[in-house]
Design a protein around this ligand. Structure first.
Ligand code: RET
Length: 277
């Protein structure tokens, strides 16, 4: 029903064309991304060694896993792996029209981990059964990325069906994060409540920019180099910036000590109508 676009890996045209100034700039941007992610990894490793407690170390480990994944993905992209041209390569302009597969593999691993960081940090707010909320939100997040890849690989109008499917999944994820943002003030420990507000607000604003970059690039408004710059800056802020906000200061060590403030009324609303034997 949806004809998948022609995927050409090494056509004669591409093999013969000399690399252009914008190719070199693209590669430089990807190397910068790789180095910044690596620096993030080293910094979080240092914080893990000097600051983590038995209860908080999971936050450090997840954050390190996130930037380690991104370091590999940026390295792969900088080395030219997995660049797919959905429309084929027939002219020089087609070379700039591509989707980097490592980018989407990276996002499908790291965005659920980022959400998990937020959900575990918000644990004092969460009702019984929150583990299922976490699975559901991570599931919608993976749907968001996978439909995003399909959208990137399709050409023509078919692309936009999947784009909107991805936006639908994004709305579920973002809606959940915003409920945590709104409930954050219920947490009595001021430093934990403040940090949760910052993390959820920061994530909500940054993640909102991705679909716009995607739509503007595939809609022909942004060129490949500008798209690369946007994604690199956003990725560094969403991973390294987010990691520093999460891990600096005492909040991550305190969250485990905060008593649950989950509201019994919300708990009851969920089980209303279920009779116990
Ligand atoms: C896509 C496809 C088009 C529609 C939507 C998208 C959302 C992407 C997001 C990505 C977040 C990435 C992060 C990476 C961290 O390094 C896939 C572009 C809604 C929200 C946070």
């Amino acid at each position: 029903m949806f004809p998948v676009a022609r995927v050409m890996t090494a056509p004669a045209f591409a093999a013969q064309s000399p690399s252009t100034a914008s190719d070199t700039l693209d590669t430089t941007i990807l190397w910068i991304g790789c180095i910044l992610m690596l620096l993030g990894l080293l910094s979080f490793g240092y914080l893990r060694l000097t600051k983590a407690t038995a209860a908080s170390r999971g936050f450090y480990d997840k954050t390190m896993l996130i930037v380690a994944t991104a370091t590999c993905s940026y390295l792969a992209m900088a080395l030219g792996v997995g660049s797919i041209h959905p429309q084929g390569i027939n002219t020089a302009a087609d070379l700039a029209h591509r989707a980097f597969i490592p980018r989407y593999v990276d996002w499908s691993i790291t965005t659920p981990l980022l959400l998990l960081d937020i959900i575990l940090f918000a644990k004092p707010l969460l009702n019984k059964g929150w583990e299922w909320d976490a699975v559901t939100i991570a599931g919608f997040d993976v749907i968001m990325i996978v439909t995003g890849v399909v959208s990137a690989l399709l050409a023509g109008t078919d692309r936009w069906f999947f784009f909107w499917a991805s936006v639908g999944a994004y709305a579920v994820v973002s809606g959940y994060v915003i409920t945590l943002l709104l409930k954050a003030p219920r947490i009595p420990e001021r430093r934990v409540a403040g940090k949760l507000r910052t993390l959820t607000g920061y994530l909500s604003v940054l993640w909102l920019i991705y679909p716009f970059v995607f739509a503007l690039y595939f809609g022909g408004v942004l060129d490949g180099t500008t798209e690369d710059i946007f994604y690199m800056v956003l990725d560094v802020l969403a991973k390294v910036g987010f990691g520093f906000i999460l891990l600096l200061g005492p909040a991550v060590e305190l969250v485990d000590k905060v008593p649950s403030v989950a509201q019994p009324a919300e708990e009851n609303a969920r089980v209303r109508g279920v009779k116990l034997a």
